[in-house]
Design a protein around this ligand. Structure first.
Ligand code: MEV
Length: 436
């Protein structure tokens, strides 16, 4: 393959031309890419400025799931996803629980973590003894970076020295808890930690009993394992109030099967992974719609799921004294200011639709969407099976592709309630309808 030099310096048109050069019809491909650029030049430039080498924009469905009641407050939840059944599932579960008190949610803590990784070849005991002095020094040293956040009530919460020499010779960490208020805070945390890296060196240089040459900074970076930034969401109702959960079986039978499914996800890694994927279907869709970083939340969620040493389900279910409870807790380091949350016009619009929540409120909303999707998935799996719902959505997509009229669509849907769905079958049935 030929290495392209200076690609990023080319114009968007040039980049497009090169990118499509191996397509069967390069001109048509380039035209299509251009057609997906935003018609408003300001928006187009804004979107192009977000990343590098942008040659088009990639639209995904922007959806809303109504009827979410969280701590008594109603929400219409924006969700961006490419998976057809996710929003239908979230909406159906939200409506079901709206009639049973809705979701209860709380944020246990919202501290965000970061680490300075370094090697220290001096005396570890001396370093540990000096920790109070280092703490004061670093807080002072980083004032230019932290003062604005402090004005907003945030900043550095706690600095802990961790001896990690069992992992690597001479390896230590400064593990730092931050309060970033309503910001996701990635830039703030990373800037602060890079200052720590310099600041620690300056401290050791100042002190006669240390030799700065014993210090080698390695990495300064936030951690996506935010185990002190956790949201808990639950739904709960009397067993008899689950009578309408499914027409397939009574409440007792439904709960018996539901509890077994969750128990399996608590113990079996193959099932736990898919179970948690169902949770992330809801969480990620809200995170994308609000311009947050879904990879960060995914990484943290899966590490949290494995915190006992075994990868387990993030949600749990119980039946105590005839009261059914289904709950989820997971790390959720989100922001509602900074980053893309206000910059991307649709992320800003999502915030508006949600009533401009703060970070803690958004954590609860995303958590509720996760639990809603998880409830809907486990309910389908343990009753009708997942394909019934998926196939209904698939059928709608096929109807759309075949450009059936609304009247034809109704007839197709009625017919395929009792027949197996496939593109071929629907297409032939439509041909028959049209032939009279
Ligand atoms: C599909 O996107 C998600 C499910 O597989 C989740 C689950 O199995 O619990 C249906």
């Amino acid at each position: 393959m030929k290495i392209l030099k200076g690609f990023s310096k080319l114009s968007a048109q040039e980049k497009r031309r090169l990118a499509v050069s191996s397509c069967p019809d390069p001109e048509a491909a380039a035209r299509e890419l251009v057609s997906f650029l935003h018609p408003d030049q300001d928006v187009r430039e804004l979107l192009e400025g977000i990343s590098e080498n942008t040659i088009s924009t990639y639209p995904l469905p922007y959806n809303v799931a109504p009827n979410f009641i969280i701590n008594g407050h109603p929400y219409m939840v924006p969700m961006v996803t490419e998976e057809s059944s996710v929003v239908a599932a979230a909406s159906s579960a939200a409506r079901f629980w709206a009639g049973r008190g809705g979701f209860r949610a709380e944020v246990k803590d919202d501290a965000k973590a970061g680490q300075l990784h370094f090697l220290f070849t001096g005396d570890p005991a001396q370093l540990k003894d000096e920790m109070a002095g280092i703490d004061t020094w670093l807080r002072h040293y980083t004032k230019p970076v932290t003062q604005n956040m402090e004005k907003r009530g945030g900043g550095i919460r706690q600095i802990t020295l961790k001896d990690r020499t069992h992992i690597l010779d001479h390896y230590f960490q400064l593990h730092v808890d931050f309060d970033t208020r309503d910001a996701m805070g990635a830039n703030f945390i990373n800037s602060c930690l890079e200052e720590f890296s310099e600041g620690l060196k300056a401290f050791l240089r100042e002190k006669d009993d240390f030799d700065e040459r014993d210090y080698e900074p390695l990495m300064a970076i936030l951690s996506n394992y935010n185990d002190r930034c956790v949201v808990r969401v639950s739904v709960s109702c009397a067993l008899e109030d689950l009578e309408e959960a499914t027409p397939q079986m009574n409440a007792g039978e439904f709960v018996r099967r539901f509890l077994m499914a969750v128990r399996i996800a608590e113990k079996d890694v193959y099932r736990a992974t898919t179970h948690n994927k169902g949770i992330m279907n809801g969480v990620d869709a809200v995170i994308l719609a609000t311009g947050n970083d879904f990879r960060a939340i995914e990484a943290g969620a899966h590490a949290w799921a494995a915190r006992s040493g075994q990868y387990r389900s993030l949600s749990h279910a119980a039946l105590d004294d005839h009261v059914f409870t289904f709950s989820l807790d997971m790390p959720m380091a989100l922001g509602t200011i900074g980053g893309l949350t206000r910059l991307h016009p649709l992320a800003a619009r999502s915030m508006e639709i949600l009533g401009n929540p703060g970070a803690r409120e958004l954590m609860m909303i995303a958590g509720a969407a996760g639990l809603a999707n998880n409830f809907a998935a486990v309910r389908s799996l343990t009753t009708t099976g997942i394909q019934a719902g998926h196939m209904r959505m698939h059928l709608s997509n096929i109807i759309m592709q075949l450009k059936a009229t609304p009247a034809e669509a109704e007839q197709i849907k009625a017919h395929f309630r009792a027949h197996k769905v496939s593109y071929q079958a629907v297409s032939s049935y439509l041909d028959q309808l049209r032939a009279g």
